[in-house]
Design a binder for this molecule. Structure first.
Ligand code: TXA
Ligand code: MG
Length: 317
């Protein structure tokens, strides 16, 4: 893992690594981010694996300018006003995702919304611009650890798991971005952060609704027992396929099946399986089968996260 000063040459190298689907840790004004090409499902899967993130929480997508943001999501007048007021800067806006968006399903955890921000850190912006892709990036720490605000923290936590760490010195803000959901009629605060509630209230003439006070949407998408649920029923640990069922397969040896089938990974590779999971469920759902039979998937590494999602999908609703 090279830890390199954020010179123009090294930023260009980091951008090439990102385009090749590798992980690059980079400074932002809030915390260091663990970045990957947000349009590459395998690269995004590698983020979850490297962090040891127990759930597929959706990730923030970082872009270089407003035009790039508008290509990914629907901006209401309120959202545009907030973007103009706070971007570039540490405000993350949760917006309705455009169907034409190039973002990998895994980056948004299969949600209809996408969290976007334009970082103000000059290294971060230069990197995103040079990569020419939206960059998905959670905080660059092992899951459960405190966030990394210096390149050395990243090296301690994730040094053996990233292709490069760009050292831009200590982060200016040191706390994560404020997350504000503006996909609906009223802004809802999902996470306190580097932009204050007062600053938001000044910009829009009213304070945002605190997420705890609202009940319609889950605070954290992973909290509901039944979630990530396709229309079809989901039957886990299937060793055979019943008449009419679609098959969500894993590995090289498949049971006899007649209907729709998607193999998450013929090679039995959990990273590949994670990258395919949500699109596989959607495809099998679209086949019209009333039930999706899911083959057993090892409960280790990324498999635990895959099984967590599948269990939620199978939960009675
Ligand atoms: O300052 C930051 O935001 C840093 C730097 C690297 O940009 N990133 C960061 O990412 O803190 P992370 O993954 O640690 O936190 C992202 C937060 C999570 O609470 C996640 O649930 C929420 O944003 N989030 C992301 N997409 C969402 C969505 N579509 N709907 C609701 N919440 C979302
Ligand atoms: Mg975090």
């Amino acid at each position: 893992m090279p830890l390199l000063a954020a010179t123009p040459d090294n930023i260009a190298r980091a951008a090439r690594l990102l385009r090749d689907g590798r992980l690059v840790a980079f400074p932002t004004e809030t915390v260091y981010g663990l970045g990957a090409d947000a349009t590459n499902g395998l690269a995004v899967a590698a983020i979850f694996e490297a962090k040891g993130r127990p759930h597929f929480n959706p990730l923030i997508v970082h872009v270089a300018d407003a035009a790039d943001a508008e290509a990914l999501a629907h901006f209401t007048p309120l959202a545009r006003h907030l973007a103009e007021a706070f971007w570039p800067g540490p405000l993350t806006l949760v917006l309705a995702r455009l169907p034409t968006s190039s973002i990998a399903e895994l980056a948004t955890a299969g949600l209809d919304t996408v969290a976007i921000r334009i970082p103000s850190d000059p290294v971060a912006r230069a990197l995103i611009r040079a990569a020419g892709r939206p960059i998905a990036a959670p905080s660059a720490n092992r899951s459960g650890h405190v966030s990394a605000t210096e390149a050395g923290h990243v090296a301690d936590d994730l040094g053996d798991r990233v292709a490069m760490i760009l050292d831009g010195g200590p982060c200016v803000a040191g706390v994560e971005s404020t997350v504000l959901d503006v996909s609906g009629a009223v802004p809802v605060l999902l996470r306190l952060g580097a932009v204050t509630v007062e600053e938001i209230a000044r910009a829009i003439g009213q304070p945002p609704i605190a997420a705890l006070a609202q009940t319609k949407r889950p605070l954290s998408p992973g909290q509901l027992a039944s979630h990530y649920a396709p229309r079809a029923r989901v039957r886990l640990e299937a060793s055979s396929v019943r008449p009419g069922e679609a098959l969500l397969a894993f590995g090289a040896t498949l049971p006899p099946h007649a209907g729709a089938m998607f193999n998450l990974s013929a090679a039995g590779d959990l990273r590949q399986a994670a990258a395919h999971l949500f699109s596989a469920l959607r495809k099998l759902d679209a086949s019209g089968a009333p039930c999706i039979a899911v083959m057993p998937i090892p409960d280790t590494g990324l498999g635990a996260a895959i099984n967590d999602r599948l269990r939620r999908a199978a939960e009675p609703r």
